[in-house]
Design a protein around this ligand. Structure first.
Ligand code: FE2
Length: 199
């Protein structure tokens, strides 16, 4: 069965004024939809057509002959995860076990924010900044283009899309402003805490 664009977990205007409905119209409605459509066209009539998105990403990673399938499948997964990494009136600081793990592994919440922002801003070109748990330890990583930690053995807790299409309508070329707003007003720490707890 063909993949469908997964529903957004909130209304397109729910993240305003930090992320506009216009950005969600294009980013979710056009870009995310295009990855779904492209993926369906690429896998139609192949054995991958019956696999889950996670299995397709894992099976085609590092396979140059299937780079097109990987890029579109990974972008479908990354975007779905990104929407769940944000919530209306998000941001602030995490609590509980996640807050303790951040303090332990980064030396404090402010130091985590600095590392995350540096990763997001220093990524050359298009890609993603992530907070992941690697064998119980938290770390910040960045991935280029469609690359994803999915399948690496790390647990993804949070991601920020730093492709220009994620912020250009609202922030033009000011990626650092977008990442700061993401951290201050959009991050869904509840979701990250749930994933750390394996729920
Ligand atoms: Fe994107």
């Amino acid at each position: 069965m063909a993949f469908e664009l997964p529903p957004l977990p909130y209304d397109k205007s729910a993240l305003e004024p930090h992320m506009s409905a216009k950005t969600l119209d294009f980013h979710y409605g056009k870009h995310h939809q295009a990855y779904v459509t492209n993926l369906n066209n690429l896998i139609k009539g192949t054995p991958l057509a019956s696999k889950s998105i996670e299995v397709i990403v894992k099976e085609t990673a590092k396979d140059a002959a299937r780079a097109g399938v990987f890029n579109n499948a990974a972008q479908v997964w990354n975007h779905t995860f990104f929407w769940h990494s944000m919530k209306p009136r998000g941001g602030g600081a995490p609590t509980g076990e996640l807050a303790q793990a951040i303090a332990r592994d980064f030396g404090g919440f402010d130091k985590f924010k600095e590392q995350f922002k540096n990763a997001a801003v220093s990524l050359f070109g298009s890609g993603w900044a992530w907070l992941v748990a690697d064998r119980g330890h938290l770390k910040v990583i960045k991935t280029a283009n469609a690359e994803t930690p999915l399948g690496s053995g790390e647990t993804e807790l949070l991601t920020c899309d730093v492709w220009e299409h994620a912020y250009y309508l609202d922030y033009q070329n000011r990626r650092p402003d977008f990442v700061q707003i993401f951290l201050d007003h959009l991050v869904n720490w509840d979701e990250a805490a749930k994933r750390l707890g394996g729920k």
